[in-house]
Design a protein around this ligand. Structure first.
Ligand code: SF4
Length: 425
């Protein structure tokens, strides 16, 4: 079930139906105030709602006091092992405290942190990691790692409830994608507190993004998860935020900025699409509207599956077409495609609607028709997909018509089966 309870981290609502919050973690030494603030600004600029900073030493707490004042987004203090740092981080003004009750020194120390958090009105995140489960669960962990993770999380929740504290979210982290999915599904059935999702030590930008997309995407599609962090082995924390947003945008859970769609290209490609797509993606970062922009490697299919895009381009030799919502806008020389595409997007932004020049649109439509006619017989990936989809629809609604095959008529007098015990119709 989706979480019923909601907490508020420095003005950002988490759980209880609030939009899934994006967070990242600084990779600087928190004590290095300037470097940490630079990274927090980059993270916030990329669209993070929250940022987490590691607080392993006294000097980090000192820097935290200034960081929470200057950060454009709420700051979560990440504490392990030393409960006194958690107490000090609350005094420093942290908007949330993350602890793992299993490694903070026992229930008494947890109680001290809870007491302080309650008095200060500071919410907490209690986390369970596959690498640091309490001793009494090690045997269960060997038999069923998922059950062990969930049991640990539920035990910590019960500890919080015994302390009459309810202002927290819960995370179960594992390096295993299947275990992360299974344990969070199970946990969501057992508790109604907000859940933080992440895959621990997911890996590099490439592999980590994919693992996170699979693991977190599966849970989010089930309606599980209230805040997410993508853990990537890169110093550039803003990359984690960009990946998180792509996952949320793909699932249509939140909107932020343009969505770029591009064909995979094939042997029909007629321009340097790799460069063009990269250029468009870079330039789109400056736009905030959630417009959809399509890039098609050739016009053989017409505008086809990109007909819903707010803007798009498709190319042929030396020339290309700019289109909007399935209608040609104009034909342009290929080297001008990207600049003219952005000129159209800018016109749209200032006029509040797509601006159409009827003469240029008609020229573009004629150009497109000619290319389509010249390539009418081509079985492109899009056309094959369309044929398959049509066949599936026809089969589903029972309107499949088997091809009418003309029957073979045998000359009975020479048939080797003539006179046998059946008749031909
Ligand atoms: S046929 Fe399809 S995949 Fe191939 S270049 Fe054209 S639009 Fe792209």
């Amino acid at each position: 079930m989706a979480s019923k309870r909601q907490i508020n981290v420095g003005g950002v609502r988490i759980g209880g139906g609030a939009p899934v919050a994006v967070q990242s973690m600084t990779k600087t030494e928190t004590a290095d105030f300037d470097a940490t603030m630079r990274q927090i600004r980059a993270i916030a600029e990329a669209g993070a709602d929250l940022v987490r900073c590691a607080v392993p030493r006294e000097q980090d707490v000192e820097a935290l006091k200034r960081i929470v004042k200057e950060s454009p987004i709420p700051v979560i203090a990440d504490i392990h092992f030393n409960y006194t740092l958690a107490l000090k981080a609350i005094d420093a003004g942290a908007h949330c405290i993350r602890i793992n009750p299993g490694n903070i020194g026992g229930p008494d120390k947890v109680a001290k942190v809870v007491e302080k958090a309650k008095a200060a009105g500071v919410p907490m995140r209690i986390g369970v990691n596959s690498g640091s489960l309490p001793k009494h669960l090690h045997e269960l962990e060997r038999e069923s790692p998922v059950e062990a993770l969930v049991t640990a999380a539920v035990e910590f929740v019960e500890l919080m409830e015994r302390l009459d504290f309810h202002d927290f979210k819960v995370s179960i982290k594992s390096t295993s994608v299947p275990n992360t999915i299974a344990s969070n599904r199970l946990l969501a059935e057992r508790i109604d507190y907000p859940l933080h999702l992440g895959i621990t030590e997911a890996g590099t930008k490439w592999s980590g993004s994919l693992k996170s997309a699979v693991g977190l995407g599966t849970l989010l599609a089930d309606g599980i998860g209230d805040t997410i962090r993508i853990s990537l082995s890169t110093f550039h924390a803003e990359e984690e935020v960009k990946v998180a947003w792509e996952i949320l945008k793909a699932l249509k859970l939140r909107q932020r900025g343009p969505v770029l769609i591009a064909c995979p290209t094939c042997g029909r490609l007629q321009f340097d699409m790799d460069t063009v797509v990269a250029e468009i993606e870079r330039r789109l970062e400056a736009y905030e509207d959630p417009i959809e922009v399509a890039v098609l490697g050739c016009a053989v299919n017409g505008i086809g599956e990109a007909s819903h895009a707010d803007f798009g381009i498709t190319g042929a030799k030396n020339e290309g077409l700019i289109f909007s919502r399935g209608k040609p806008l104009r034909k342009v020389p290929q080297e001008r495609l990207v600049d003219e595409l952005f000129a159209e997007i800018d016109k749209y932004a200032s006029a509040g609607r797509t601006v159409v020049d009827e003469h240029e649109a008609a020229e573009g439509a004629a150009w497109l028709k000619r290319i389509e006619e010249e390539n009418a017989g081509e079985l492109t990936p899009e056309r094959l997909a369309k044929l398959e989809a049509e066949a599936q629809r026809a089969e589903a609604d029972g309107s499949v018509r088997l091809p009418q095959v003309e029957k073979v008529r045998l000359d009975e007098s020479v048939s080797p089966t003539a006179g046998r015990r059946f008749t031909r119709t």
